[in-house]
Ligand binder design. Sequence first.
Ligand code: WTA
Length: 653
Amino acid sequence: MTDANHQHLESALDEQRTFAPNPAFSAKAHIKSMADYKAMVARAERDPEDYWSEHARNLLQWSRPWKQVLDWQPPSAKWFVGGELNVSVNCLDRHLESVRRDKTAILFEGEPGDRRSLTYAELHAEVCKLANVLATLGVAKGDRVAIYMPMIPEAAVAMLACARIGATHSVVFGGFSADALRDRINDAGAKLVVTADGGYRRGTIVPLKANVDAAVAQTPSIENVLVVRRTGHNVAMQSGRDHWYHDVMASASGTHKAPSIESEHPLFILYTSGTTGKPKGIVHSTAGYLLNCVLTTKLVFDMKESDVYWCTADVGWVTGHSYVVYGPLALGATVVMYEGAPNHPEPDRFWEIIARYRVSIFYTAPTAIRAFVKWGDQWPQKHDLSSLRLLGTVGEPINPEAWMWYHRVIGGERCPIVDTWWQTETGGIMCAPLPGATTTKPGSCTLPLPGVALEVVDKHGHPVPFGKGGLLIVRRPWPSMLRTIWGDHERMKQTYFSDIPGDVYFTGDGARRDADGYFWVMGRVDDVLNVAGHRLGTMEIESALVSHPSVAEAAVVGRPDELKGTGIVAFVSLKKGADVSDTLKDDLKKHVTKEIGAIARPDDVRFTDALPKTRSGKIMRRLLRELASSGEIKGDTTTLEDFAALEKLRDED
Ligand code: WTA
């Protein structure tokens, strides 16, 4: 944690507007009033294990009941010990016995405009086939499978097929580079990759298969590559290793008996950024994870049988796991999936999709909302958005003005907005309004869900008074919490359970509660940037820069950015003999894109002879942050080793 951020924790919004739930909405909602919410909270506080068990019994289909609800040996939690179920059966097979059999599970629209839909029965058959294919290719329970795909139905099929046979999937966002993919495959020791020839993004083809080829050249564990034909452009296929998905699926059986899988079996690994160079493979469980996905999808989105639900997240992020695939499918919902960019071919693509499919629940990120605001009201106004009944946001704090715009222009002042706070590590939503019960305030994720022991504390773990900033923690284990960091349990302990005493989970976020107890998340207090709703470790970007032959040292900081929330500024000192030039700046930006992906590309690169450091050698990021955002340094510089270095940087502006 850096000292710098404590200052930041004191700054707070003073937002006074409130929006009470509409009585007509509340009357039909799963949770109808504040009194109902409070009763649930009280019940969960009285006996948390009993609270979670009741939901686990009601919401999931088990093949073997559990013997123990929770086994908590901090920081290791096991939930529903002794119990068994199959995630894919919960998302598919159990719906086949009801009218949901022929209900649409996925409504897909590709960026070029192609459309496809799959019923639950059809999705089930695809998943069974792929489960059989994976088994034939030697993938067994406990093996890891990497998934590197565009947002097409096969991405969900691949996840569910892995879940079905107990293979642990590791979805790698299709925007990541070949090098990033290689590192994640190697860390997980994946045996097989599911990919596509390419995907569409802003009218061009993302060369997924070419990236896989480059990655797999350096991944000894990969035995097979399955390739979905999406774009049809020419790609290299290595015989013996690469298989066309449509070929192997054509001869596969559509029936598959799902095995019963232990509650604590690792369902997936998802890599996320931390403060040190290496991304962390966050491991999630089977039963506890699924439980919280289903429960939160039902309560927070108030999901009903007739809803058409669209979460715009990519399956490469945790939101795509929990709220495109597992939560909504386990509830038997109809899910919209769109492959491409929101402004292709025009900035009204999302609104056109909402109107076409009569979307009733829409869940997106503040960074997207800021872009919509910028593009102008004329785009949503061209379309009939009257089908919408609920809106959601996730990924970063939403600015109250963006919230108001969302409420007014998209929600027609009629839709509740659920601002959902959670993380890759929490598996599911932790803090959000319940739309029929909670009065909302623009910019606040309001109140914790029942059973979630969220608190704002000081660094000793003592609660801070309402109105004061502090550190956001979770006091008690919850079913969908991360179980470990893949291959490094000690790092999980160090990262989340060592900064604050009392065996509490530290989120890495700063927050404050207002006079009503509402939570206002103020952002990260560690060296993690939230760029366009995605977490990037400054260390990772710095390591990428330092791997360039001209770079001696680099420090990366964030600065406010109108669209992305945070822009990336890199301060770079060069090796002897390297020439400062605009070409080198461009080269470095390209280099980071190659090493990590376009989301990590610095917006600005500044050269410096030396970086400002403390006497103990720590880079003073606080000063760099001030410099990057305001061009000025107001804070304390007494611990600075070499003031001249800083003076020089300032002169550059
Ligand atoms: C931030 C995304 C404020 C926060 C699900 C968190 C938010 C990080 C919100 C997790 C929100 C997410 N309000 N901040 N509603 N939602 N964050 O792992 O800093 O990609 O720690 O998970 O995003 O990002 P991650």
